[in-house]
Design a binder for this molecule. Structure first.
Ligand SMILES: Cc1ncc(COP(=O)(O)O)c(C=O)c1O
Length: 358
């Protein structure tokens, strides 16, 4: 087989399952922040100096790292900024590759870890979450992590929605020799971030995103918080100028607009609770408690319910191919009027799917 044939074979697996436009209905499968006020976006670009684009940005991103450090209670040296958590994950996996380490994933979880680790031919080991409550099996993870593999867990976890106990994560960090990466992309919706603990645990890496609660998925910004040595290694292995001047200006502005984030989180949580209670009352629907801005729910026939919801104008994510999640779907929490329409549609669709089952 020629190299081009090999490349074609590899590329043939590329594609996204869902449409990214919302023409067919409300797009409730990306877990974006649908609550953020328009005013926030108007204010974000105020005072942005376009002339900063003339020159290369500071390759060390010192001002940005210092401001993020100040905001999150750490030093600039503890911050590694990048184009979204996805980018930071890639750099971490490159570090694992460089060091000859594998990765341990607490699954079911965000698919990107496995996909990108496998693309690097890294050894991936799976430890299943506890079936009853999706809790983290601490001892299993420590056992499997062996002699220095990276442990990656996501808290709150996507798509299960639950957050892991702080002491469970810290116990793993204490026991294993490798890096312990805690992806806190949804942590604003749950509280209880471990970000400040990176100063006590030199192998702990906490990932934070600006795509969810900060309402800036299109900006592509996220960062890792870690000990100084880990941050230096991540910087060494990644490209310089990873954060554009424009991105830096918007992030700094967003930090000063945090009250908008807080408000949107509060509203999301209130609608989330309302949705959970109503979903629990629908026959054939079993929602799982969520600490994030989405809800995982089990139905009788996930394919039929997903299709039915799409016909009603609600696009949700089918996660039923993941371990432990047979017939499960995941829906982003939308503002209350849309949530009400969604729940009416779910009631209608799941009862039709149930009847068809008989
Ligand atoms: C757990 C988790 N981590 C990371 C990401 C990606 O974050 P970002 O947009 O910052 O790359 C997502 C996106 O859905 C996610 O669910």
């Amino acid at each position: 087989m020629s190299v081009l044939d090999e490349i074609r074979r590899y590329a043939s697996g590329y594609g996204f399952e869902e449409p990214w436009t919302s023409e067919r209905g409300y797009r409730l499968f990306y877990n974006e922040n649908l609550f953020m006020e328009k005013e926030y976006y108007e204010k974000l670009l105020e005072g942005v100096d376009a002339e900063a684009l003339r020159t290369y940005s500071d390759p060390d991103d010192l001002e940005l790292r210092a401001m993020l450090g100040k905001f999150f209670g750490l030093d600039a040296e503890n911050i590694f900024p990048g184009s979204g958590v996805d980018y930071v994950i890639s750099v971490l996996l490159n570090l694992a590759l460089l060091l000859g380490k594998g990765v341990v994933l607490a699954e079911p979880t965000y698919g990107m870890y496995r996909e990108k680790a496998e693309a690097r031919l890294l050894r991936v080991r799976r430890v299943l979450l506890r079936k009853e409550d999706f809790a983290l099996p601490v001892m299993d993870i420590c056992f499997v992590a062996g002699d220095g593999d990276f442990v990656i867990a996501c808290s709150p976890n996507n798509p299960t929605g639950n957050r892991f106990r702080e002491d469970a994560m810290l116990e793993i960090a204490e026991r294993v020799k490798g890096l312990v990466v805690v992806d806190e992309t949804y942590v604003e919706y749950s509280g209880g971030s471990l970000i400040r603990r990176v100063s006590e645990y030199p192998n702990l890496v906490v990932l934070r995103s600006f795509s969810k609660a900060w309402g800036l998925a299109g900006l592509r910004f996220g960062f890792a918080a870690a000990s100084e040595d880990v941050v230096r290694a991540l910087k060494k292995i990644s490209e310089p100028y990873g954060v554009s001047a424009l991105k830096r200006a918007v992030v700094l502005r967003a930090l000063s607009l945090y009250s908008y984030v807080e408000r949107s989180v509060e509203e999301t949580r209130s609608v989330r609770n309302y949705m959970f209670n109503r979903m629990a009352d629908i026959e054939g629907v079993q929602p799982y408690p969520s600490d994030a801005n989405f809800i995982l729910f089990r139905v009788g026939d996930s394919a039929a319910v997903k299709e039915g919801l799409a016909r009603e104008g609600f696009l949700v994510r089918d996660v039923s191919d993941k371990p432990l999640l047979e017939d499960c779907l995941r829906v982003t929490v939308p503002p209350r009027p849309i949530a009400e329409e969604f729940l009416d549609a779910l009631e209608k669709v799941s009862s039709i799917a149930e009847r068809r089952d008989l």
